[in-house]
Design a protein around this ligand. Structure first.
Ligand code: HEM
Length: 139
């Protein structure tokens, strides 16, 4: 079971990272073009965003499962808690981006792209912290 959780954790890391890089690059192009993206690009970005959000939720669920099932939480050192700060700095902006995108889709309006870009950058910083301190904590 714990091995399955770790496999889910790693696949989610892959899917979340791919979604973040893919949508980050597309967003950069959309902002630079200063025009609404073609529907095909907008739809693809929406799907990639949902994959990214799902991946972050799976990272948290599998991570919590492994923490509670495999480790003594009181014995985990500060590096684990820095990893948690990083993981939170992923969860919060990605959730906000998903909410902004869903609201824009619902109302047919254009999301605030600069805000999306800033939130995406915060999320990528969080991923870097979570990966580095995840590896250090469990080395
Ligand atoms: C963006 C979020 C996250 C990223 C990028 C991430 C990244 C990683 C990486 C790279 C490892 C492998 C470390 C190694 O085995 O050397 C790992 C393992 C682990 N992660 Fe995460 N993680 C995230 C979220 C979480 C969360 C939210 C939790 C707990 C609530 C968590 C708990 C764990 C645990 C317990 C392991 C070690 C599993 C074991 O015993 O082998 N992770 N994570």
């Amino acid at each position: 079971m714990l091995i399955a959780l770790k496999i889910i954790h790693m696949f989610s890391l892959f899917a979340g990272g791919a979604a973040s890089i893919g949508n980050g690059l597309l967003l950069k192009k959309v902002i630079a073009s200063n025009a609404p993206p073609p529907p095909m690009v907008a739809q693809t970005m929406s799907v990639i965003g949902k994959i990214g959000f799902g991946a972050v939720i799976l990272l948290w669920l599998s991570g919590l499962g492994m923490t509670l099932g495999r480790h003594d939480i009181a014995a985990l050192d500060w590096m684990f808690w820095v990893k948690m700060v990083g993981a939170t700095a992923v969860l919060v902006p990605v959730t906000m981006m998903t909410a902004i995108a869903l609201k824009a889709e619902k109302t047919g309006t254009r999301p605030d792209l600069k805000r999306m870009k800033t939130l995406g950058s915060i999320g990528r910083g969080g991923v870097a912290i979570a990966i580095i301190f995840g590896v250090l904590a469990f080395n």
